[in-house]
Design a protein around this ligand. Structure first.
Ligand SMILES: Nc1nc2c(ncn2[C@@H]2O[C@H](COP(=O)(O)OP(=O)(O)OP(=O)(O)O)[C@@H](O)[C@H]2O)c(=O)[nH]1
Ligand SMILES: [Mg+2]
Length: 466
């Protein structure tokens, strides 16, 4: 009896797995990687995507999303996710914030959302099987800070330390890092460990990272969980910092302890996060906030560009045919999206896309060679401004208008033109760039607006909904 129950459970499990494989084979399942550094707009994008697919999926709102434009979309809704140990993406909280003219909170923990899109097939083999079909889309959202830990996977403690100490000793970090660096000089890392001293220096290093994030808006801030600890707040695994190498450090030394903590962090935290959540994607959107980094100046801009290119090496790209898809899906379509395009006038959206294209040109060339479909777009998940024309001295100026965040006032603004390619140090404008930020701006009937999210959806999902 017991044996037959066990066998039937096994059969059910087998049936379930077989069903999952067949579903994959028929492309009814897409795992979409929403990738972006901290504050690049991941949470706003996922919230907007769900809202536009569930409650605003009409051909007026999404004219370039063919399944909607051809009236084949039946409905979409969030359905129970498969991972039971991860919180569900707080879509309602994000949406309520947007509907009240606020931005969603910064993400503190990983969360996930499974969306089911029911549609009628436009013809072909699929239409022979049944009238309605369902495409499952899996998304995860996470603090952007965690993404920048991925390069640590390829570094041991001494390499990482060397890299961080070099960053700390040059602009733009060096002014704030001087005190910490001189304390490190006093610190005898080969002496027997002094826990209190380690904790003090780790706190100092953490304070520096916080400063680099909030005031300098830098991208390479490791370890990321020192900024967004999730469940690790206060754990010793987070209490490490870079040190000049000590060869053959004794086992009871400070250096030895920090090296152990670093190794544990990379293995138990970074690798775990990567293996659990960053493998097996089918499609990817990389969100890049170029306007904020342009505002911060040439150094921050360059660091962001380097970080984006470096991150690409942690995802698997390649064409996945029917058989390969069953076992190891790979990203076959990649979209580089320059976000917050609504901070520009429409005539300059193309310049923003060209700039992003220039930044990723090298990586793009290699991926296109390997058969990956790639596009670059300027878009805005949630529009925060309206286009207005202002007459000045007989000239028509294309301006934007919205509630500006710093002044908290409604403002009309003539946005600067972003560069169409990466500028050299001598080409960088003397007074830099200025792109003010705005609160979300709704339609008269309290709906969110977007710029080109329908193009994004068509590129990422259109072929799966035919
Ligand atoms: N104008 C405009 N601003 C946006 C848009 N999306 C995001 N923003 C701005 O960027 C900020 C960050 O957006 P989030 O969606 O929270 O970014 P995130 O990538 O989830 O950030 P973390 O959770 O910190 O990693 C928001 O608070 C807005 O100020 C957009 O589509 N248009
Ligand atoms: Mg977020």
């Amino acid at each position: 009896m017991f044996e037959s129950i066990k066998q039937s459970a096994k059969f059910k499990q087998f049936q379930h797995q077989a069903h999952q494989l067949v579903q994959r084979g028929f492309d009814q399942h897409v795992k979409l990687a929403v990738t972006g550094l901290s504050r690049s707009g991941k949470t706003a994008f996922i919230t907007a995507l769900v809202q536009h697919l569930t409650e605003q999926a009409n051909s007026q709102n999404l004219p370039f999303f063919s399944v909607v434009q051809q009236h084949r979309m039946v409905a979409a809704k969030a359905v129970p996710q498969s991972a039971l140990d991860i919180p569900t993406f707080p879509y309602r909280d994000g949406l309520n914030a947007l509907l009240q003219g606020q931005w969603p909170e910064s993400t503190e923990r990983i969360n996930t959302l499974r969306l089911a899109i029911k549609y009628r097939s436009g013809g072909g083999l699929r239409a022979q099987f049944s009238e309605n079909h369902t495409l499952i889309v899996d998304l995860i959202d996470y603090p952007g800070e965690w993404l920048m830990d991925l390069p640590m996977l390829d570094m041991d403690y001494s390499t990482w330390s060397k890299q961080q100490l070099q960053l700390l000793s040059q602009a733009p970090r060096v002014t704030q890092a001087e005190e910490f660096l001189s304390e490190l000089e006093q610190f005898d890392a080969s002496a027997p460990v002094d826990e209190q001293q380690l904790a003090k220096l780790a706190r100092q290093y953490q304070a520096l990272l916080v400063h680099f994030k909030h005031d300098l808006k830098l991208s390479v801030l490791q370890p990321g969980r020192m900024l967004m600890p999730g469940d690790l707040a206060g754990a010793p695994i987070l209490a490490f910092f870079p040190l000049p190498e000590v060869i053959d450090a004794p086992e009871n030394s400070g250096y030895f302890h920090l090296k152990k903590r670093y190794q544990a962090y990379v293995k138990d935290v970074v690798q775990h996060f990567y293996q659990q959540h960053f493998c097996h994607f089918d499609r990817q959107i990389i969100l890049v906030d170029l306007l904020s980094s342009l505002e911060q100046g040439a150094e921050v801009f360059a660091e962001q560009n380097q970080a984006i290119n470096q991150l690409l090496s942690y995802f698997s790209y390649g064409k996945s045919n029917f058989i390969k898809r069953l076992f190891a899906p790979k990203i076959d379509k990649l979209l580089f999206a320059a976000t917050k395009s609504d901070h520009l006038s429409a005539e300059h959206h193309k310049d923003l896309a060209l700039l992003l294209d220039d930044i990723v040109a090298h990586a793009k060339n290699n991926l296109v060679f390997d058969g990956i479909k790639i596009e670059t777009m300027a878009m805005s998940s949630v529009a925060s401004t309206k286009a207005v024309q202002v007459m000045q001295d007989g000239e028509k100026l294309n301006c934007i208008s919205g509630k500006e965040m710093k002044s908290q006032h409604q403002m009309t603004f003539l946005p600067a033109q972003p560069p169409m390619r990466v500028l050299s140090a001598t080409e960088w404008p003397k007074h830099g760039f200025n792109f003010p930020s705005f609160y979300p701006d709704l339609t008269a009937d309290k709906k969110i607006r977007h710029v080109r999210i329908d193009h994004v959806l068509e590129f990422l999902l259109g072929d799966k909904l035919r």
